[in-house]
Ligand binder design. Structure first.
Ligand code: MOS
Length: 736
C-alpha cells in the first residue's frame, strides 16, 4: 500500500479497539515466565554449550601474545575462538569497530576471544586463564582535547547535513538587544538495559539460526551475513521478546557473532550472554557532547538569531551525535546556524541511545531557553509561545503536518500550577528544602519507514499476524493486535501476533520512536489486502463489504470470517510504503515537561517531587501502553539529569563504572508522582493510522526541566550534566 496522500476516513477510525487503554496481550506470558527470552531456548536447543567473552584489556594497540594453553586444559572446554582461527570476517553495515578484535585493538573490552565449555562456570574459569600480552599505542580519549581537530561529518539519511545556515547569524546576533552565549556538556551514557545482550547460535549445515535480543531483525540478518560472508538467506534471527534495548540492540553485537563462530568451531549450539561488566565498554553508548548555544532576541522576546554547535566523538569511521538538529526546527528566528562536528576518539563505539540527537540536544537547548527567558524577564512558557513556528524555520515553504506545542505548554502550565512558581530563584522553602519548578518543551521527529506484515485467517475465524517487528517492552504486540482487530472487525481475542523472526515479512523494527506508527500501518495494509481477498471470494468489491464482529456483510446473508476462510484458510501479505509526504511536511511530535524539585539547603541533595508531561503525538493507539512509555521516558530523563554518567578514565580510555552498582539510574524511591496528558489529535499526514510515537518524545526535554527546576529552587545554574550535589554546594544560598 502506497501512502502518498493524507489519510481519509478508514476502518481504524471506528475506534472500537484502537485508542482504548488495553492491557498488554503479552503481559500474562511475561509475568508468569512463559515469555522466553534469547538465553532461554532449552526447548529448541537443549544441548547448547556456554560461551564466555574475553574483552581487551587496553583501548588501543595490538595483541603481542596470546597464550591459550591453560584455558584449553581446563575441564569442559570445547573450543576457543580468536581472530586467528575465526577465518576472514567482514564488517557489517552497522558496526563501526570489529566485533572480534585482534591483533589490532580498537577499543577497551573489544571482544578478543570466546571460550566455549560444557558449563557456564567452566567457560568463565577458563576465560580467566587466557593470557594476553599487549603493545599499547597512544589513544585519543578526551573530547574536550580533540575539539579543535573535530571535522564536519559526512551527511547521512538519519543525520542530514552537518551544517545549516539561514540568513546572517553573526550580524543578527551582534545586533540583538539581548544575548546569550553559553556552553553545556552531556556525559557518555549507557543503555544499561535489564536483559544483557544475549544469543544462542545453531548451525544446521550451512544454515545459521540465532536466537537473540535485537530491535532490528532485518539489519541484524544483513550484518551477520556480511560479517560471516554467507548469504542472507542462510541466516535466521529470532527475537520475539527483548528485555530493554534503548538503541543498544539496534545492531548485532559480539554475543551474536561469537555465538555463531563458537558454534561453528565446537560443532554444537553455543549460547553467550555478555557479562554485565563488559557491557558498558564492549557495546555502544550515547557519546558525550559539548554544545555551544547562542541566542539573540528583541527586548520583547522575539528570537532574531539562534546558533547551536555540537561536538561529539567516535571511533574512526563513526557517527556524530546530532544534538543540534532539533534547533533547526523548534523555534522561529530569521537568522540561524547549526553545526555538528565529529572528533575521532578511541573510546567504545558511540551510537544511538533513546532519542539520539534530541535527548542530549534538548538537555542543552532547553536550559538555554530558560536562561534567555530570565534575561528577558519573561516567563519561560511565554518565551516559548512567542517563538512558536508553524513552518520549518529553515525552509518556510514546508509547513508542519501538525504542531500543537503551544497547547501542550499552556495545558501543562495550567494543570501543574505553574502560576505558583516564584520567578526570582531560591525564594521558596519547605523546611530544610529549597523548592523550585522548571519546565521545558519536548520535541522529537516522526520518522516514516516502510513496514510489511502477513496475516492469516484460519477456519476458527482467528487472524494471525506475522511480522519481523519487535516488542522491546513498548507494547508492540498489543497495538498490532488492536490494529488487526479493528481492521478486520474482530474482538481482540480473535487476533494472534507473532513477532521478531526473520522468517516473517520485514518491518520497520523498533527504533527512533517510529515503531508504533509504521509497524501498525504495515499490519493495516496487510489486513486491507485480506479484506480484499475475502470480498473477492464472496464476489463483491472490497468497498461493499463490511467487517463487523467477526462477520462479513456483503449484500447477501452475513457470513462469518471462519466460514469464508474454510478449511484451507486465507493468507495476505502487504506493507506500507511512503511517498513524499515527509518531504512536503515537517512531521514531529511535541510536548511540554513540568517538574518540581526540592533541594536540601544544607547537603544539596536533589529530590524530584512532581512531574507532568503533556504530549501531542497524533492518534494514541493505546493510551495505557503509551502512558507507560512516557512514564518510563520521564524516569530515564531524571536519570539523565541527576545520575547517569559513564565515568571516563582519560588515561586508559575506558569507562570505569561498568556495572549497575556504579552506573546509577533512578529506582522507584527516586521517582515521585508522574502524570501524563495526551492531546486528543490525529495526524492524517503521518500514515493511515494517523499516529506518531511517544517513546522518545517522553524523554526529550525532561532533563532540562529538572535542571531549570534546580535553578529555580537554588539560583545555581548547572550546565554540565549530571547535576550532582557537588556542582550545587558552593552556590547554595546561605542557611538562615
Ligand atoms: Mo532508538 S535509540 O533508535 O532504539
Amino acid at each position: 500500500m502506497k501512502f502518498d496522500t493524507p489519510a481519509t476516513t478508514n476502518p481504524i477510525d471506528q475506534l472500537k479497539v484502537i485508542g482504548k487503554p488495553t492491557d498488554r496481550i503479552d503481559g500474562p506470558a511475561k509475568t508468569t515466565g512463559f515469555a522466553r527470552y534469547a538465553y532461554e531456548r532449552n526447548a529448541e536447543v537443549p544441548d547448547a554449550l556456554y560461551g564466555v567473552v574475553v574483552g581487551a584489556g587496553i583501548a588501543k594497540g595490538r595483541i603481542a601474545s596470546m597464550d591459550l594453553n591453560a584455558a584449553r586444559a581446563t575441564p569442559g572446554v570445547r573450543a576457543i575462538v580468536t581472530a586467528r582461527n575465526a577465518g576472514t570476517l567482514g564488517k557489517g553495515d552497522f558496526n563501526t569497530a570489529k566485533l572480534l578484535g585482534g591483533p589490532e585493538i580498537d577499543h577497551y573490552h573489544q571482544a578478543v576471544a570466546l571460550v566455549v565449555a560444557d558449563t557456564f562456570e567452566q567457560a568463565r574459569a577458563a576465560a580467566q586463564l587466557v593470557r594476553i600480552g599487549y603493545t599499547r599505542s597512544p589513544g585519543r580519549f578526551d573530547l574536550a582535547a580533540e575539539m579543535g581537530a573535530a571535522q564536519l561529518p559526512e551527511p547521512t539519511p538519519f543525520a542530514g547535513p552537518p551544517e545549516t545556515k539561514t540568513g546572517d547569524f553573526s550580524g543578527a546576533f551582534a545586533a540583538a538587544s539581548v544575548q546569550l552565549d553559553a556552553t553545556y556538556t552531556t556525559p557518555d551514557e549507557s543503555h544499561a538495559m535489564m536483559e544483557p545482550h544475549a544469543s544462542i547460535a545453531q548451525w544446521q549445515g550451512d544454515k545459521l539460526t540465532i536466537w537473540t535480543s535485537n530491535q532490528m531483525i532485518a539489519w541484524g540478518v544483513g550484518d551477520v551475513a556480511k560479517t560471516l560472508g554467507i548469504p542472507k538467506a542462510n541466516v535466521r534471527l529470532v527475537s520475539p521478546f527483548v528485555g530493554g534495548g534503548f538503541g543498544g540492540k539496534l545492531f548485532v553485537r559480539a554475543d551474536a557473532l561469537l555465538a555463531a563462530l563458537g558454534a561453528r568451531e565446537a560443532r554444537r549450539p553455543v549460547k553467550v550472554a555478555l557479562q554485565r561488566p563488559l557491557m558498558m565498554n564492549n557495546t555502544t553508548h550515547r557519546p558525550a557532547t559539548i554544545q555551544r548555544i547562542r541566542i539573540g532576541a528583541t527586548r520583547d522576546g522575539k528570537i532574531t538569531a539562534i546558533a547551536h554547535e555540537g561536538w561529539s566523538g567516535d571511533l574512526p569511521g563513526g557517527q556524530a551525535e546530532t544534538a543540534v538538529n532539533q534547533t533547526r526546527l523548534l523555534y522561529a528566528g530569521a537568522n540561524r546556524l547549526t553545526t555538528t562536528r565529529l572528533a575521532v576518539l578511541d573510546l567504545p563505539e558511540g551510537n544511538a541511545m533513546r532519542a539520539p540527537g534530541e535527548a542530549p540536544g534538548m538537555m542543552a537547548l532547553e536550559i538555554a531557553m530558560d536562561e534567555m527567558a530570565h534575561k528577558l524577564g519573561l516567563d519561560p512558557v511565554e518565551f516559548r509561545v512567542r517563538n512558536d513556528t508553524q513552518v520549518d524555520p529553515e525552509k518556510p515553504e514546508r509547513p508542519y503536518s501538525q504542531r500543537r506545542l503551544i497547547e501542550c505548554l499552556r495545558i501543562g502550565a495550567e494543570r501543574f500550577g505553574w502560576n505558583r512558581r516564584s520567578t526570582p530563584p531560591a525564594q521558596q522553602r519547605d523546611g530544610r528544602w529549597l523548592v523550585g519548578m522548571g519546565m521545558a518543551a519536548a520535541f522529537r521527529n516522526n520518522l516514516l519507514t516502510k513496514s510489511a506484515a502477513r496475516v492469516r485467517l484460519d477456519s476458527r475465524g482467528i487472524v494471525t499476524v506475522e511480522t519481523d517487528m519487535t516488542d522491546i517492552g513498548t507494547g508492540t504486540y498489543t497495538i498490532i493486535a488492536q490494529t488487526a482487530a479493528e481492521t478486520m472487525g474482530l474482538p481482540l481475542d480473535k487476533v494472534q501476533v507473532r513477532l521478531g523472526d526473520s522468517a516473517y515479512p520485514v518491518s520497520a523494527g523498533s527504533g527512533g520512536q517510529w515503531g508504533a506508527n509504521n509497524s501498525t500501518a504495515g499490519v493495516y495494509a496487510a489486513c486491507m489486502k485480506l479484506r480484499e481477498a475475502i470480498a473477492g471470494k464472496l464476489g463483491v468489491a472490497a468497498a461493499d463489504a463490511q467487517f463487523v464482529n467477526g462477520m462479513v456483510h456483503a449484500g447477501g446473508r452475513p457470513v462469518s470470517l471462519a466460514e469464508v476462510a474454510g478449511a484451507s484458510g486465507m493468507v495476505a501479505q502487504d506493507g506500507i510504503e511512503y511517498g513524499d509526504l515527509d518531504k512536503k511536511y515537517q512531521q514531529s511530535t511535541f510536548g511540554a515537561h513540568f517538574v518540581e524539585v526540592g533541594v536540601d539547603a544544607i547537603t544539596g541533595e536533589i529530590r524530584v517531587r512532581r512531574m507532568l508531561a503533556v504530549c501531542a503525538a497524533g492518534r494514541i493507539l493505546n493510551p495505557k501502553s503509551a502512558r507507560s512509555q512516557v512514564i518510563g521516558a520521564m524516569t530515564m530523563g531524571v536519570g539523565g539529569a541527576l545520575m547517569e554518567e559513564l565515568a571516563l578514565d582519560k588515561r586508559h580510555g575506558f569507562f570505569v563504572n561498568h556495572d549497575l552498582a556504579g552506573y546509577e539510574v533512578p529506582v522507584h524511591a527516586d521517582i515521585p508522582h508522574q502524570d501524563v496528558i495526551f492531546l486528543d489529535e490525529t495526524d492524517p499526514i503521518s500514515s493511515p493510522m494517523k499516529a506518531k510515537g511517544v517513546g522518545e518524545l517522553g524523554m526529550c526535554g525532561v532533563a532540562a526541566a529538572v535542571a531549570n527546576a534546580v535553578y529555580n529552587a537554588t539560583g545555581v545554574r548547572v550546565r554540565d550534566y549530571p547535576i550532582t550535589l557537588d556542582k550545587l554546594l558552593e552556590g547554595l544560598p546561605p542557611v538562615a
